[in-house]
Design a protein around this ligand. Structure first.
Ligand SMILES: [Zn+2]
Length: 330
């Protein structure tokens, strides 16, 4: 099982004061197998990252993965505020700097994303590419992943989504059910996934493309409910090479046992390779007060009997010293 470290930086950008070569060398020596580098659409840092990081990773024998966000983009929303998502009570949601969800029916956004990716990734190489927020926006950090079915979906109720949904479901909006919404949102997300996969196949040479799957479950249950984010297992199977279930135990308030039980369920449902995404460092959103590093260390030991090819470590701001790396990694 390979351990892939998401570039650890609080701002989701770059390390700043940490010299790149020293960091890569330290990670390689402590058992990290690859680096997952965020490419932020429309940010100049994406061009810089592509020029600098793949080569540096290869120099130190590390795999180079890219992480690209889809329906979450502050830069795009600055330009087109009307493309934001609208909640059930006509509310909007955004956390400046990192969560700026885009309406999943926005063809303007998808067209621009594809044009950006084709231009930026043309003739580039990566060991793998992970797509994040390729689902109907859902702020699971706030809900702890709990699905309140009677209030589903939380987003998007913009006029465009409402009229398209009503046209598709062919009944008045007051008669629709959560299941009607889920089926319609799945068609939107599956279509976006198909278009994005075709784009990536045209431009970047990579062995594998995967999707981050948010940890949604009914309250008190560890049964994964990806459909509540508009994800469809058949579409995932057709257009991706692996899935990356997100299990940030601190934010979810889950123990190691609960994380493993959820992953066992996920693995049983999908024939594809599974790359779990773990949390290393405490965050503002954490629901329990355990030391997250201790739990992730346990998880990295206990997950080995499961058919897992690799794991990605997110919220890994602590992994910038040899002492912390030794404390966390098996
Ligand atoms: Zn919408």
């Amino acid at each position: 099982m390979r351990i892939i470290l998401k570039w650890p930086s609080g701002s989701n950008h770059w390390l700043g004061e940490h010299p790149l070569d020293a960091a890569l060398q330290m990670w390689k020596q402590h058992g990290i197998d690859g680096i997952l580098i965020p490419l932020l659409p429309w940010e100049p840092s994406a061009t810089f990252a592509l020029e600098r990081y793949p080569e540096s990773c290869r120099e130190y024998g590390l795999e180079c993965w890219f992480l690209i966000s889809v329906f979450n983009n502050p830069r795009f929303l600055q330009r087109y505020p009307d493309e934001r998502v609208i909640g059930r009570k006509k509310e909007t949601i955004a956390y400046p700097g990192w969560f700026a969800p885009i309406c999943p029916s926005s063809s303007r956004f998808l067209d621009e994303w594809i044009a950006w990716a084709e231009d930026l990734l043309k003739d580039k190489k990566a060991d793998a590419l992970v797509l994040d927020h390729l689902f109907v926006p859902v702020f699971w950090y706030g809900s702890g992943g709990n699905v309140a079915e009677e209030e589903w979906p939380p987003y998007c109720y913009c006029n465009r989504c409402l009229s398209r949904f009503e046209e598709s479901v062919r009944k008045p909006l007051e008669d629709v059910t959560a299941l009607d919404w889920i089926r319609w949102q799945q068609t939107r997300i599956s279509a976006a996934l198909e278009a994005i996969r075709a784009c990536l196949d045209r431009c970047i040479a990579t062995r594998k493309i995967g999707v981050q799957v948010p940890p949604l479950a009914s309250p008190g249950s560890l049964q994964p409910r990806p459909q509540y984010a508009g994800l469809n297992l058949e579409a995932l199977k057709e257009h991706t090479d692996f899935t990356s279930p997100v299990v940030y135990h601190g934010i979810l308030g889950w123990s190691a046992d609960q994380v493993l039980a959820y992953l066992v369920e996920w693995i049983a449902r999908t024939p594809q390779p599974v790359v779990p995404s773990f949390q290393v460092t405490r965050t503002h959103w954490d629901r329990n007060h355990r030391d997250p590093a201790q739990t992730v260390r346990q998880l990295l030991y206990r997950i080995t009997p499961l058919p897992v090819e690799a794991v990605t470590l997110f919220h890994a701001g602590d992994l910038l010293t040899p002492e912390k790396l030794t404390a966390v990694l098996p």
